[in-house]
Design a binder for this molecule. Structure first.
Ligand code: ZN
Ligand code: ZN
Length: 179
């Protein structure tokens, strides 16, 4: 059965479970697939770059793929660690285009990262948009020019806040045509 399995990455308690549980409730509506939280943890070991003090997100995608259950399953990792893909200095997330695995980082979605007071509602909204965005990539969607569409490429949290959590009509049409 086609479904999304959400994996909190890292040590137990490292990722805020309230956010993970909320995502499991909202993603079915956003993406049209059932979602559940995995009871298997995925460690971050092997993805850390000591010099950069960040985790290599492509390595995390590989680790997630070890947990693939079926051909239709999408695996979404949620991390509180800061992620990168060379040559970029950081990424909010990464996904396999048309593939099974996606990962998002909450690190730079927190207001405290920017020296501001934390806002759990805003943090959740940002996580949801980034999760829908990366799962969109798993369904083969590329970046969209419409700044309101969830598939818009966000360079900063301001871009994330400006866009919605849903696909524009064009992206939605492409999503529905996926097998
Ligand atoms: Zn993207
Ligand atoms: Zn779009």
């Amino acid at each position: 059965m086609a479904e999304i399995i959400i994996f909190p990455l890292g040590e137990l308690g490292e990722v805020e479970m309230a956010i993970v549980e909320l995502l499991a409730l909202s993603l079915p509506e956003c993406v049209g697939l059932p979602a559940r939280v995995s009871d298997v943890g995925v460690p971050l070991e092997g993805a850390y770059d000591v010099a950069r003090r960040q985790y290599y997100s492509t390595r995390l995608l590989e680790k997630l793929l070890e947990h693939r259950a079926g051909a239709d399953t999408k695996l979404l990792g949620i991390s509180s660690a800061d992620l990168y893909i060379p040559p970029l200095s950081f990424v909010f997330g990464e996904a396999q285009l048309g593939g099974a695995a996606a990962v998002i980082s909450m690190h730079r979605l927190n207001q405290s990262f920017y020296g501001l007071a934390d806002d759990s509602e805003l943090l959740y909204d940002r996580c949801e948009k980034e999760a829908v965005h990366e799962i969109g990539h798993c369904f083969g969607l590329v970046h969209c020019k419409d700044y309101r569409c969830v598939m818009y490429l966000s360079y900063a949290v301001e871009d994330i806040d400006l866009k919605g959590n849903s696909f524009c009509p064009r992206c939605h049409g492409l999503l529905r045509r996926q097998p």
